[in-house]
Design a protein around this ligand. Structure first.
Ligand SMILES: [Zn+2]
Length: 490
């Protein structure tokens, strides 16, 4: 595999929802990418479907960082919204208590999954003056009107409405986003500002006390921190309509050029449907990592499929992903044991010079990542290098082991999955002791198999082999004796 050097221009291509096509990605300013990703509405702690976006956009950000690009990554927190208020009333706690408790749960989950912290993480409630100013501009430009204490966006005033989600304006369904439906000139008009109701948080404005609608916060905060025009706007596919359609309408109508590329990740589904809060309760991130898999394995599970492909959740698939990651990890650990640690590779964007180690990325990996973030193809390159490395380990081929180790660690590091990263490293903890127990038991069975073979008792030898295989253990005979690992089920 030939080394790769980065050229001045990006070779990255990304699927743009607005264009409905894969486009060459060229940032506004060479060497710098501005991105705004819609974060959580903090009504509940996150289940695994809630955090897929964070992992997917973290992969994009890391890939950009690895090319020496500066990335300004803004992810908002929707801390005032109908669902947050309804939930806080049901729990009989102040809205802000519920919001900040769940915000902390989201932050903990992002961190647990190894997502780099956002450059900025603004909350809607901290930006009411900016939101009010934007609504004022829209009223002045004739795109919004105050009515009965609400302020509504006039959908008919914006000819391009529906373009992001690919609908003609006459097909658009009413948002039904206000209890004040009679205030609307057109049922499709949506709320920029909602009049105050008793017991709800509110702010004083020229059109009366109230609170922001959901969509306007992102138009106000993205342009405040990234400028009137920025590179990437991202979020889950369910945000295309109405949230992003409405954000786009608001900002373009106010005269801002706004986002240049629209990226959306697919859902995690449960029985074919978007994982809902109630169905997802047993799949809270904190439960899954307590009960099922390690955080790095959950990251691998969420990162492995292409970001635009649905993940149909099953416990079996989650455990298969964990076993897949352990195969990569097992090679890295054995290789490090054999040749020493090579290829420690911090991110270019984390204040170190990425030169030297980026050149160890195989071309096929680089091409896969540049092709709309083709992580499945990129991981196929990693797994191929691991197979090659395992063969070299069995043959005591130090030079090849060293080369494959450097490549594997470089590729995994780009994906935030390097097993030697102190964040993930299996150290003197439960994992090591469990592995040690498993190793003792497997070796005891292997001794039985050897003894059976020695006395030509083939039936017993085969039975032991089958027993191990059924337990998911793959045994390889090497010149140094038998080696075992978790079986490849892919
Ligand atoms: Zn948003």
């Amino acid at each position: 595999m030939r080394g790769h050097r980065y050229a001045e221009s990006m070779n990255l291509r990304l699927y743009d929802t607005r264009a409905r096509a894969i486009r060459d990605f060229e940032p506004l300013q060479p060497g710098k990418v501005t991105m705004y990703v819609c974060g959580a509405t903090v009504q509940s702690p996150p289940h695994i479907g809630h955090v897929r976006f964070a992992v997917n956009f973290d992969l994009l950000r890391r890939w950009l960082l690895h090319q020496g690009t500066e990335v300004v990554y803004v992810r908002n927190v929707t801390d005032v919204e109908d669902k947050v208020i309804a939930r806080s009333q049901a729990e009989q706690v102040p809205w802000w208590e519920l919001a900040y408790r769940n915000e902390r749960a989201f932050s903990a989950a992002y961190d647990l999954l190894g997502c780099l912290p956002a450059t900025l993480e603004p909350r809607a409630t901290g930006h009411v003056p900016e939101i009010v100013a934007l609504i004022d501009r829209l009223i002045e430009a004739g795109h919004a009107y105050a009515s009965g204490g609400d302020v509504l966006f006039d959908v008919r005033s914006f000819a391009d409405y529906g373009a992001l989600s690919g609908q003609r304006v006459e097909e658009v369904q009413s948002a039904g986003d206000t209890e004040n439906a009679e205030a609307k000139r057109d049922p499709r008009d949506f709320a920029l500002w909602k009049r105050a109701k008793p017991g709800e948080p509110s702010w004083d404005t020229p059109w009366g006390p109230g609170r922001p609608g959901w969509h306007i916060e992102c138009s106000a905060m993205s342009t405040k921190y990234l400028g009137r025009e920025f590179d990437i706007h991202g979020g889950g596919i369910d945000l295309v309509f109405p949230h992003h359609e409405n954000e786009r309408a608001q900002s373009l109508a106010a005269g801002d050029p706004f986002a240049r590329y629209w990226l959306h990740n697919a859902w995690v589904t449960l029985s074919g449907e978007k994982m809902s809060k109630s169905l997802g309760n047993s799949l809270l991130v904190r439960e899954v990592v307590r009960r099922d898999v390690r955080p790095v394995e959950l990251r691998y599970y969420l990162a492995s499929p292409h970001y635009r492909s649905m993940i149909e959740y099953s416990e079996e698939a989650l455990h298969e992903a964990a076993a897949g990651y352990q195969r990569l990890e097992g090679f890295v650990e054995r290789a490090v044991e054999f040749v020493g640690e090579v290829g420690a590779a911090p991110l270019a964007g984390e204040g170190t010079d990425g030169e030297g180690w980026t050149s160890t990325l195989p071309d096929a990996f680089v091409q896969a990542m540049n092709d709309d973030l083709g992580v499945p193809q990129a991981l196929a390159v990693v797994h191929a290098a691991v197979r090659d490395g395992n063969t070299a380990l069995a043959a005591d081929d130090k030079a090849t082991v060293r080369a494959r180790l450097l490549e594997v660690r470089s590729m995994l590091s780009v994906l935030g999955l390097d097993p030697m990263d102190p964040r993930w490293r299996r150290s003197a903890g439960q994992d090591d002791s469990l592995r040690a127990v498993a190793d003792t038991l497997v070796r005891a069975l292997l001794v039985q198999r050897e003894e059976a073979r020695a006395r030509r008792d083939w039936a017993t030898a085969d039975a032991v082999r089958d027993q191990l295989r059924d337990a998911g253990v793959e045994v390889t005979d090497t010149p140094h004796g038998a080696r075992w690992d978790v079986a490849d089920r892919s």
